[in-house]
Write a protein that binds this ligand. Structure first.
Ligand code: ATP
Ligand code: MG
Length: 429
């Protein structure tokens, strides 16, 4: 498989004042063309630094894609750096100059002299026409590496990549592809997931298997390279089946599927309905549920019951419970879930009450302590979680919301009486 480096130039990018969105786009497009990106480099507008990184890149990979630095100003150094590393002079490319003059003429403007520099190209370079801007792109052979220099302006870069780079790479690839797949899990930590998949995560395996973690969701990522798309899909299918065997019901979805969508899938068509009662999550669970199109088929709504009076008035939580156990307690979480289900007439309800911090914690009830109430027909359960008092407020809230949705998901799986192995086709793509 061919290996690429992606180089983005711009002092504003290197200083973190603006975000490099071109590189991830390029890496994804390269993958689809069977090219594996091994390194992303962001370089300031500095000739020496740019030359250094180009020299290194041309020893380390087969393809270099540069973005930015083709403009007409002093800080646009890509042309010069390429010429220096190739040890050739810059020469005027008359058709590009013609294009520049026409570009300005079409807009009723005279071309500033400064822009002539955009028609200067390293001797021997192939010029890549710019169909929606001024600066032409360049294709230069440096050592073993095929270098493509593209504009920094995103829409100009996208267009040039599709017109000029993709066809060149595709014809050289002979159909080879790199495909991705994601499996989302909830309920085990990253190291536990890693332990169960250890042999699949060995370096050099194809598909490559890796994990990333965010807000309690552990994502298992698969990358397969193959000579054809169908072969890559088949490799992914095989590895996915093996992972499902090992992880079972902790897998809740693939690709962009969320926990809320997984819950929705289980509720849909069963006649079950859902309501929510939220204190420390302030409506976040309702938000996540209603992010899913079609959620009105099962989710009716809920109460954001932050103050005790609202827990009592809207959900009928007995005052006596609040006084005896406190608002952040398992009995109150259960009473909130029961109250939501009863008052909103739903078969299921989830409730959350906790301390999201950063203040309000005590030794007995620290920041991060969260109780979740879960009502299902004929049954109400309470759960206690300690998410960690050093976590920021938004992390605790999202953890709590995800955990509540996952408890509901597991309850629905259990009550629908499906053994994990039989449920799997539902969550396969
Ligand atoms: P060009 O090569 O097209 O002339 P440039 O680097 O000379 O680009 P700049 O003036 O630095 O041009 O950037 C032009 C615009 O493109 C800016 O709005 C900048 O934020 C955006 N841009 C440049 N590089 C990137 C990048 N890597 N990711 C996202 N946006 C970018
Ligand atoms: Mg720039």
């Amino acid at each position: 498989m061919r290996r690429a480096w992606v180089l983005a130039t711009g002092t504003e990018l290197a200083l973190g004042q603006s975000v490099d969105t071109n590189s991830p786009w390029l890496a994804a497009r390269l993958a689809a063309l069977g090219v594996r990106t091994e390194r992303h480099v962001v370089v300031a507008d500095d000739l020496a630094a740019l030359r250094d990184v180009l020299r290194e890149a041309t020893r380390g990979c087969d393809i270099v894609v540069l973005t930015g630095g083709l403009g007409p100003t002093e800080d646009d150094l890509t042309r010069q750096a390429l010429a220096d590393v190739a040890e050739v002079p810059l020469e005027l490319h008359p058709p590009s100059l013609e294009h520049l003059r026409a570009f300005f003429a079409a807009r009723g403007r005279r071309m500033p002299e400064r822009n002539v520099v955009q028609a200067m190209v390293p001797r021997g370079a192939q010029v890549l026409p710019n169909t929606c801007g001024t600066a032409p792109g360049l294709r230069v052979r440096l050592g073993r590496a095929d270098c493509f220099a593209l504009p920094g302006v995103p829409f100009e870069m996208y267009a040039m990549f599709e017109r000029e780079v993709a066809p060149a790479l595709r014809s050289a690839a002979g159909g080879a592809v790199l495909l991705f797949r994601r499996l989302h899990t909830f309920g085990l930590g990253e190291s536990d997931v890693g332990q169960r998949l250890a042999d699949l995560m060995q370096p050099g395996r194809n598909p490559t298997v890796g994990t990333t973690a965010q807000h309690g969701v552990i994502v298992v990522r698969l990358y397969a390279s193959a000579r054809s798309e169908s072969e890559a899909q088949q490799r992914l299918d095989e590895t996915e089946a093996e992972i499902r065997q090992r992880l079972g019901t902790i897998i809740f979805g693939t690709e962009d599927e969320t926990l809320a969508a997984a819950v929705g899938k289980l509720l849909l068509g069963t006649g079950a309905t859902l309501s929510t009662a939220e204190s420390c999550t302030g409506g976040l669970i309702g938000k996540l549920l209603t992010d899913v199109p079609g959620s009105s088929a099962y989710y009716v709504g809920g109460a954001v019951s932050y103050a005790n009076e609202v827990k009592t008035a809207l959900l009928g939580v007995p005052n006596e419970l609040l006084e005896r156990y406190g608002a952040v307690s398992e009995p109150v979480a259960r009473a909130m879930a029961e109250g939501a289900a009863a008052r909103l007439g739903t078969s299921h309800a989830v409730a959350v009450t906790g301390i999201a911090g950063p203040t309000g914690g005590t030794p007995q009830k620290p920041v991060g302590l969260v109780y979740i109430g879960l009502h299902s027909p004929g049954r109400t359960e309470g759960y206690e979680y300690r998410f960690g008092s050093d976590y920021p407020r938004d992390v605790i809230r999202l953890r709590a919301a995800h955990t509540a949705l996952n408890l509901l998901r597991l309850k629905l799986l259990e009550t629908q009486g499906s053994a994990p192995a039989r449920r799997m086709p539902d969550t396969c793509r």
